[in-house]
Design a protein around this ligand. Structure first.
Ligand code: FA5
Ligand code: MG
Length: 467
């Protein structure tokens, strides 16, 4: 068991006494990966998350996440790019947010979005948490950081509270390139990259003076060529992934005909890059976002004591890429320990040129259950006022309750109805939960047992009134 809770105190009085003697506010510690942390009222780590921390799928040989990482790494060769694959998942709020310029009121910092160990310590929500430290160490011109990341998020087939990202960055140094000419140096590196004939769509202008501006420290030529190097590098990743996926599909069925690949760059915003973009791929009838990226904000480099360096960074979702690569239909499968899943990838880490398409084992029937409830209304709204207290409600709390109880048996949670009572101002919500195991058929009784526990937990933890 990777995580243990040491309960030093069981009652508030004892807590007070301990506080008095030790002069510390918190009375409990928790151990994550062998390191001990004080917890406090910010602590919100459920045990199912804590127990998955040790899995490190991105370095498990023959796991599809590990295979995907290795394929992407092969496009960013060493020693220009240095690979970091073992950074510890617990980071400070400074690393995860402040070092990247997240404002104090950014929603990503809230307890509803992020897993807190304590007020100053979180499970990293993205691999960007390590950017500042790796820039400062300045060991290579470029780097890749692959790691598990954690977010309180929606539940569906492409979202999971633990997933894996790869951070990439490439910097050029004004004091090291010939004649100090960054534009010429990046052009030279761009021309050394392979070209491709993949069609790429641009629904937005590539930059925008207000929404997606260039930085004042960069000339337009510098920003443009850095962006071109960034986009070409990532387009080559996508092309590589799809050509391997296609080869695997043809190996499985020689008369396979693929649909034309649709890829687009859209405008994005990150506090630590400008301009910024996201790359989306049309997959199974919808646009799937696979990565975010941009030109590194110069103040990040200044804070790393490297004001003379400029370049790009990206963060890619490894599950999303692995799903495209192997045609894996559901993100929960990556956590399966079932041989019918893991057995299909045996030997592939040593044979990246001959990938095999994933063959879904039988799909078990869905079991939909609805839960409808009134949100708690504030006591001060007595008398039929319209000030129902819905402010402290966050959908991610519902998601987490469902996930905590149902685990990987929950395929999907969707809001299907919402309305506000015209007289009382109270708000009613209805969620539809799909209970479907990846490994067996659930009986209706089993689904009901999960659902009853979900209903009770909603009352207990969120104070809702079931309808
Ligand atoms: C980020 O996390 C930025 N740190 C990326 C970045 C890095 C931008 C460097 C600029 C420079 P975003 O929240 O969009 O961005 O996540 C990046 C990718 O992670 C997404 O495109 C998606 O592929 C993946 N991702 C995000 N949330 C989930 C989730 N819940 N489950 C699976 N994959 C996810
Ligand atoms: Mg995004």
């Amino acid at each position: 068991m990777p995580l243990q809770f040491h309960r030093f105190v069981d009652s508030p009085q004892e807590g007070t006494i301990l506080m008095f003697f030790l002069g510390t506010k918190s009375s409990e510690t928790t151990t994550i990966g062998g390191r001990s942390y004080q917890t406090d009222e910010w602590h919100n780590l459920p045990s199912n998350i804590a127990s998955s921390i040790s899995r490190k799928l991105h370095v498990q040989k023959d796991h599809p996440i590990c295979i995907t990482r290795a394929i992407i790494e092969s496009r960013f060769p060493s020693p220009t790019y240095k690979y970091h694959n073992t950074f510890f998942p617990v980071v400070s709020t400074h690393q995860n947010f402040d070092s990247l310029g997240f404002p104090a009121d950014h929603p990503g910092r809230s307890k509803t979005d992020t897993y807190y160990v304590n007020k100053d310590t979180v499970l990293r929500t993205h691999t960007s948490a390590h950017q500042a430290d790796v820039f400062r160490a300045n060991e290579s011109e470029g780097f890749l950081i692959s790691a598990d990341v954690y977010r309180r998020d929606a539940i569906d087939r492409s979202h999971y509270p633990i997933f894996h990202q790869m951070e990439g960055a490439r910097m050029w140094d004004r004091t090291k390139v010939p004649n100090g000419d960054i534009t010429a140096a990046v052009w030279k590196d761009l021309e050394a990259l392979p070209t491709h004939s993949m069609k790429v769509e641009y629904p937005n202008p590539p930059t925008h003076p207000e929404r997606n501006p260039l930085q004042k420290e960069h000339s337009p030529d510098e920003a443009e060529v850095i962006a071109a190097h960034l986009k070409r590098s990532l387009e080559l990743v996508v092309r590589d992934i799809f050509s391997r996926a296609k080869a695997a599909a043809i190996a499985a069925s020689p008369d396979f005909v693929d649909e034309p690949l649709r890829v687009r760059w859209i405008e994005a915003y990150f506090p630590f890059t400008s301009p910024s973009w996201e790359l989306e791929i049309f997959w199974q009838g919808d646009w799937l976002e696979v990565l975010g990226c941009g030109v590194v904000k110069q103040d990040i480099m200044e804070k790393a004591d490297l004001p003379q360096q400029l370049g790009w960074a990206f963060g890619i979702g490894l599950e999303r890429i692995a799903m495209l690569l192997f045609e894996i239909p559901d993100i929960r499968l990556f956590w399966s320990q079932d041989e019918r899943f893991l057995g299909q990838f045996k030997g592939l880490s040593d044979n990246l040129e001959n990938l095999k398409r994933f063959v879904p084992f039988s799909k078990y029937p869905a079991c939909y259950k609805d839960v409808a409830f009134w949100l708690r209304s504030s006591s001060s709204s007595a008398g039929g006022g319209s000030r129902a207290n819905t402010q402290d409600f966050h959908e991610n709390d519902v998601m987490e309750i469902v996930r905590d109880i149902g685990g990987d048996v929950v395929e999907d949670v969707a809001k299907v109805d919402e309305f506000t009572h015209p007289k009382t101002g109270r708000k009613s919500l209805c969620y539809r939960i799909n209970y479907r195991s990846l490994e067996k058929t659930l009986t209706n009784e089993e689904a009901n047992r999960y659902h009853d526990r979900v209903r009770n937990a909603l009352i207990e933890k969120l104070g809702v009134e079931l309808r």
